[in-house]
Write a new protein. Structure first.
Length: 51
């Protein structure tokens, strides 16, 4: 859920990542970032570095 002040502005399905392999986790992150990108008109995000 994303709030602006006390107003709910976005809500998406929960994603439980326990037990996910890296490709599935990356896909879940990409989907979440895409939702945020569309909602807030963000052009790009920083690079995700996996250790």
């Amino acid at each position: 859920m994303i709030y602006r002040g006390s107003n709910l502005v976005s809500q998406s399905n929960k994603v439980f990542c326990k037990g996910m392999v890296q490709p599935d986790l990356e896909e879940a992150i990409d989907q979440g970032l895409e939702q945020i990108k569309e909602l807030y008109d963000i052009g790009s995000f920083g690079k995700i570095i996996w250790h």
